[in-house]
Design a protein around this ligand. Structure first.
Ligand SMILES: Nc1ncnc2c1ncn2[C@@H]1O[C@H](COP(=O)(O)OP(=O)(O)OP(=O)(O)O)[C@@H](O)[C@H]1O
Ligand SMILES: [Mg+2]
Length: 256
């Protein structure tokens, strides 16, 4: 184990989740190793975002447990959950910025909530995080004044504000041009290399997945269809996976 802690940062155990009569997760289990970049792929509506939201307990499972560094989180009280969430940053699929706050205040939000630092230092740290994601001179702008790609990067700066040990990214490169998408991939790898961050990344982008992943999990029909290294994925003979990787319309997966 890279960090030598012996405690797994994320363990997902037999997770079940239904909405009404639709069962989205059907007994999903896996662990993420310390310092690993773990990528989740799968078709639209297959439960990727739902899975990620359980890991930070924005959703509560019907059955099963999630452990963060050994602590089961499904039944924590608010104060305990607060402590666990302090270790984690999440980049939401739709950036989810506060529209009424400037870029700087969006990034500073968690620092104001969780630290007693003086405001000057909070603002310096927020600026530093914006620089990390390649944004300069936009501190005073409002989200509505920025492009989708810029908002994505502000979302990442906000997620890394507290220098979390665990980062969860929901489609960080979707909707970005190829150059920006590569820059985000490099940022994810930099967080892993320089800070030893453990990441779970949801993506549709197979190029990005194979570039950043230590391991890839393929979610299909509420279950894990595959979990392994990018090389193992590329050499699979599973017709469902092969169709997904190649983006073909003909095969076991129906496009509509
Ligand atoms: N809060 C909710 N209430 C009811 N149904 C929900 C809720 N959240 C998700 N779902 C349903 O669960 C299923 C899985 O949704 P999810 O957002 O996890 O898909 P996804 O794999 O992330 O898809 P995409 O790639 O399009 O983002 C969908 O059918 C969705 O409508
Ligand atoms: Mg999603």
């Amino acid at each position: 184990m890279p960090n030598g802690t012996g405690i797994l940062p994320i363990q997902v155990e037999n997770l079940w989740k239904s909405f009404g009569n639709q069962t989205v997760l059907k007994g999903v289990s896996f662990s993420v190793n310390s310092g690993e970049t773990f990528v989740v792929i799968g078709g639209s509506g297959q439960g990727k975002s739902v899975l990620l939201k359980h890991i930070i307990r924005l959703l509560v499972s019907d059955k099963g447990e999630v452990r963060i560094k050994g602590t089961p989180i499904m039944n924590l009280n608010t104060a305990e959950l607060y402590e666990i969430r302090r270790m984690m940053g999440m980049v939401f699929q739709e950036a989810a910025l506060f529209d009424s706050m400037t870029v700087l205040d969006n990034v500073a939000f968690a620092l104001r909530m969780h630290t007693g630092l003086p405001d000057r230092e909070i603002r310096d740290r927020a600026r530093e995080k914006l620089l990390t994601v390649g944004l300069k001179g936009v501190e005073g702008k409002y989200p509505s004044e920025m492009s989708g790609g810029m908002k994505k990067r502000v979302g990442i700066a906000r997620a890394i504000a507290l220098s979390p040990e665990i980062l969860l990214y929901d489609e960080p490169t979707t909707g970005l041009d190829p150059v920006l998408a590569s820059a985000i991939d490099e940022l994810i790898l930099k967080m892993q290399d320089e800070l030893g961050v453990t990441s779970v990344v949801i993506t549709h982008d197979m190029k990005s997945a194979t570039r950043i992943a230590d391991r890839i999990l393929f979610l299909y029909g509420g279950e894990i269809r595959f979990c392994g290294t990018p090389d193992e994925l590329m050499s699979t003979d599973d017709p469902v996976l092969r169709q997904f990787i190649r983006g073909e319309t003909l095969g076991p997966i129906s496009p509509l």
